[in-house]
Ligand binder design. Sequence first.
Ligand code: COA
Length: 156
Amino acid sequence: MNPNIKILSSVNNKILTDLVKIHFNAFKKFNLRPWNYRDFLDILNNGYKIFYYNLDNKIIGFVIVNYNLDFREIITIAVDRSYQRKKIGSILLQHIIDYGQFNKSIYIEVAKNNYQAIKFYNKFGFKLLSYRRNYYSIYSGKNKGFRIDALVMKLI
Ligand SMILES: CC(C)(COP(=O)(O)OP(=O)(O)OC[C@H]1O[C@@H](n2cnc3c(N)ncnc32)[C@H](O)[C@@H]1OP(=O)(O)O)[C@@H](O)C(=O)NCCC(=O)NCCS
């Protein structure tokens, strides 16, 4: 297990605020609704697991997983923009694949236009399972109000 990766098991204002910032900066180019502090609190209250990557006392990425089902579901994964493409996402993803019950399938929904994430999941062996039509809503920018399909991808 990677010593840089910790699980957030209770409310911590500083950590949750850092996660909000990372989520904002990682996702802003997609013009989806940014997640706020309350969203992260709800995630914790739902019993989802938040794993965050700590480098020299700075959080630089995180992944959120629902392990409460017959399968595992990645709620989201994000790496701070200035640390992207340095394998932090891969380390986080491998960590949650190795965590818990290995034999359970892992699902992820990803926006159709998020080519970098689709490539990322493909590299790990995730396969396209189905589409969810009009799944994401564009929240800001010139395409505000438009909707985007999601790919459902599955590993194992
Ligand atoms: C997707 C994300 C988590 C990947 O994390 P990362 O640390 O940047 O990725 P890694 O360095 O581990 O990359 C692993 C592989 O994924 C693919 N990949 C990652 N980023 C890519 C990019 N910008 N363009 C093309 N391929 C990319 C590559 O195959 C890469 O391997 P390579 O560098 O040897 O070619 C990160 O880019 C991110 O936070 N994106 C914004 C948020 C997001 O889209 N999350 C997914 C929501 S479903």
